[in-house]
Design a protein around this ligand. Structure first.
Ligand code: EPS
Length: 371
């Protein structure tokens, strides 16, 4: 139902997106998108680049008088750290773990800058803008999203058993986006130690969504299963190498009766005392919160270099280093929210249909009456 494309490079003039398939009549302001952009830019462990950038969106089409028109929505974010590297000398030594080598082999480039300019996670700024639009649509129907970091490098958080919304609130007050204040302090120290050593860190974050109606997605085909769609969207974020729905790897070590969420009736309503399935059964939302966890590898640009090869001379060499994030897990969690919002909004529109918000609302109300 929904599609988006992005264009632009890390040090090009702008990042651009075109969003297709939005209904008409959705209230939307640049400021609510900017709020999400600010959340992505916050986070301990980033490079000086985040002091240079002040990400702000401009709508170029598809919004009139504060509402979507139903036409393609075009948006842009300016890069302030623009263009200066374009004339720089070619880079010929690939960084292990980055897209440099694989990208150069694929496109036949001599200058690795051509790879990293587009492979850069700078592109996630514009994804967060697109995700902000998806979450605006979902909010009309009571679906909310948030995220929290549960591990950075060797430091793991202890997550209290409380509603997802509370965890989001706690994470929002932390510069490492972690709801456990003791672990958050240890994470900051860990990032500082690793920065001093010229190294980098990855970690694990959770994205969750509440108020998600049962019945999104389908078990009838592999590509309609919501777990596949969510995992694909989240793993498309640069540096994400693993995704699980609920505590999937922990569940794999237990017996069935310890894992599956029992079904109870309380005051005539179906309820589930636990949510180890992460809100999905048979690839379909079951009315429980959606829980997606993602593992991010450490940033591949390190001040202390790994061994590599100069692709021009074929001699051993060390990759150049200018600046880099030490850890971008808090930012990746916000990008994760955007991707989950996108997939949920797409599945929501499949279920309701409708060209305008009022038509969708009428379909939604009929759907709720039939529940
Ligand atoms: C990135 C490298 C860094 C990051 C960038 C992603 O940029 P630079 O090389 O200009 O310092 O800061 O991320 C962002 C700019 C951003 O806004 O997230 C990379 O190579 O992926």
């Amino acid at each position: 139902m929904l599609r988006f494309l992005t264009a632009g490079e890390s040090h090009g003039p702008t990042l651009t997106a075109i969003v297709e398939g939005l209904p008409a009549g959705l209230p939307l302001t640049e400021e609510e998108v900017n709020h999400q952009l600010r959340r992505r830019q916050a986070g301990y462990g980033r490079s000086e680049r985040q002091q240079i950038e002040h990400d702000q969106v401009i709508f170029l089409g598809g919004v009139a008088k504060g509402k979507t028109t139903g036409g393609p929505l075009a948006l842009q974010i300016q890069n302030r750290a623009a263009v200066q590297t374009r004339e720089a000398a070619p880079v010929t030594i690939p960084r292990p773990g980055h897209a440099d080598l694989a990208g150069a082999l694929k496109y036949g480039f001599d200058d690795l800058r051509l790879v990293w300019e587009r492979a850069s996670a700078r592109e996630t700024a514009v994804r967060v803008a697109v995700g902000a639009i998806a979450r605006r649509l979902l909010a009309e129907f009571g679906v909310r999203l948030g995220s929290y970091v549960i591990g950075i490098g060797a430091v793991s958080a202890t997550i209290p058993a409380c509603p997802e919304e509370e965890l989001w609130g706690l994470a929002e007050t932390s510069d490492v986006h972690c709801p456990d204040p003791v672990a958050a302090e240890a994470m900051r120290q860990h990032i500082e130690e690793v920065r001093q050593r010229g190294d980098s860190l990855g970690g694990v974050f959770v994205v969750s969504a509440t108020g998600v109606p049962p019945g999104l997605g389908s078990y009838t085909h592999w590509d309609r299963r919501m777990d596949a769609r969510l995992a694909g969207a989240v793993i498309s974020i640069p540096a994400i190498k693993g995704v699980e729905i609920g505590p999937a790897f922990e569940n794999a070590r237990r017996m069935g009766t310890q894992v599956h969420d029992e079904i109870w009736i309380e005051h005539g309503r179906l309820m589930r005392p636990t949510n180890r399935a992460g809100g999905l059964e048979g690839g379909v939302t079951n009315g429980q919160p959606i829980i997606v966890r993602a593992a991010m590898k450490p940033i591949p640009t390190t001040a202390r270099p790994l061994r590599s090869v100069d692709l021009t001379t074929r001699e051993p060499a060390t990759p150049p280093y200018q600046r880099a994030d030490v850890c971008a897990v808090p930012a990746a969690a916000i990008v994760g929210e955007a991707m989950v919002a996108w997939v949920l909004a797409d599945a929501f529109l499949e279920k309701t249909g409708g060209d305008s918000l009022s038509e969708i609302r009428a379909h939604w109300e009929a759907w709720q009456r039939n529940e």
